[in-house]
Design a protein around this ligand. Structure first.
Ligand SMILES: *Cc1c(COP(=O)(O)O)cnc(C)c1O
Length: 388
């Protein structure tokens, strides 16, 4: 069977794929159809947070498959309950809603914010959500509308109304939208991932938090990519010393299975009542069992290891030829490079290392537990490619 040919012929042309077919893997090592192995610095875009074939995760997932695979949200099931409890215990949030993806988690957060505003004003005229230019919140029509990148939106109108985009370098632009009086929430990525691994400054975030307080707006942190240990803390807001009203996450949560979660704080914990929101697959017991094993593995020691690995990468590459700047936090790093990212990625693939891009940067999202020697081996390959 020619996978590449079939994919090209029979799947919608939404992806510009690298010429590699993955057939297996273990830890940070992936194997392609020719038997060649790669060190993976992408984790399936921050999804396989503990690498391939992580033993506890496999046991948890297979164990749940053997018990039952799905039961609908009309009944109770233990993995969903246990995972919600664990997330609340680790964060202080009050309630969790489970979805299947990042976009769906964000849809829920937006609904929660609008519902909160509706319950406060008793009308639907205060539901505008302020997001940031260059941000990314998903591909559904509403999360695309929330996304502050025109290039992604062209040709998909009419979009969902009620989104405005402020400047991530200028908090006064957030204030100007807030002053119009029709807003429910500010929704931000603390590190803009798809937008180029741009870290919001603590000063900017502090100003947003203070504007939100002044105008009684909810703060929603989109931690789809930054959550679940990726930045060296369980969630990236924990680096900033504030607590968002709502946090969304997905990518790394279930270690490779589709699962999204929305964490609802004190103000919004009761905005939903039966029938106001839902999902057929959301909280699927297999995905939740996987997530429980991931969350259990995200100990303080593992999180410290994420920061340690970040330092090793930055030390090795920050003054390297062809590198002008490294942005990001933990194991979510963007490298501004002299050569086109596409060429660097191709050379890395040639030499057995998988890296990603974000805008013009090379982006690294390795498994959080990648062995140091494999990491440094891969970084050396990347260093060579960066130098050109
Ligand atoms: C990936 C991502 C999304 C979308 O997640 P999907 O699971 O692809 O729907 C939303 N927001 C951010 C910040 C992301 O990185």
């Amino acid at each position: 069977m020619d996978t590449k040919k079939l994919t090209f012929e029979f799947t919608a042309h939404t992806y510009d794929r690298f010429p590699v077919e993955i057939v297996g893997g273990s830890g940070c090592h992936l194997t392609d159809e020719t038997g060649k192995t790669y060190i993976d610095l992408g984790s399936g875009i921050a999804v396989n947070s503990l690498g391939m074939a992580f033993k506890e995760w496999q046991d948890a997932v297979i164990g749940q498959i053997l018990r039952f695979q799905h039961c609908s949200n009309l009944y109770y099931s233990a993995p969903c309950a246990k995972l919600a409890e664990m997330l609340c215990a680790r964060t202080g949030y009050k309630k969790v809603f489970f979805a299947n993806s990042g976009a769906e988690a964000n849809e829920c957060a937006i609904k929660a914010a609008r519902r909160f505003s509706f319950l406060k004003h008793n009308d639907e005229n205060h539901g505008t959500v302020i997001t940031l230019k260059n941000g990314f919140h998903g591909r559904t029509i509403t999360t695309l509308s929330a996304t502050g990148q025109d290039s992604l939106k062209t040709g998909f109108g009419p979009l969902t109304p009620g989104f405005v985009h402020a400047d991530p370098e200028d908090a006064s632009s957030v204030r100007r939208f807030a002053e119009k009086g029709d807003c429910a929430a500010v929704m931000i990525e603390l590190i803009q991932g798809e937008g180029g691994v741009n870290v919001l400054t603590p000063g900017f975030v502090a100003e947003i938090v203070s504007i939100a307080k002044e105008f009684d707006l909810l703060v929603i942190a989109d931690e789809i990519q930054t959550g679940n240990g990726r930045t060296g803390k369980l969630f990236s807001y924990m680096h900033y010393g504030f607590v968002p009203d709502i946090v969304t996450t997905a990518k790394g949560l279930a270690g490779g299975l589709p699962l999204g979660a929305v964490l609802l704080g004190e103000k919004v914990k009761d905005v939903f009542s039966p029938g106001t929101h839902g999902s057929t697959f959301g909280g699927n017991p297999i995905a939740c069992a996987g997530a429980i094993s991931v969350l259990s593995a995200l100990t303080d020691e593992l999180l410290a290891g994420v920061t340690k690995r970040q330092k090793l990468i930055v030390d090795a590459l920050s003054d390297a030829p062809g590198v002008s700047e490294i942005s990001g936090m933990g194991l979510m790093l963007g490298i501004s490079c002299a050569r086109p990212a596409k060429e660097i990625i191709a050379q890395c693939i040639e030499n057995g290392v998988l890296v990603l891009s974000a805008k013009e940067k090379v982006r690294l999202l390795p498994p959080l537990n990648i062995p140091i020697d494999d990491l440094m081996k891969a970084v050396n390959v990347l260093k060579e490619a960066l130098a050109g």
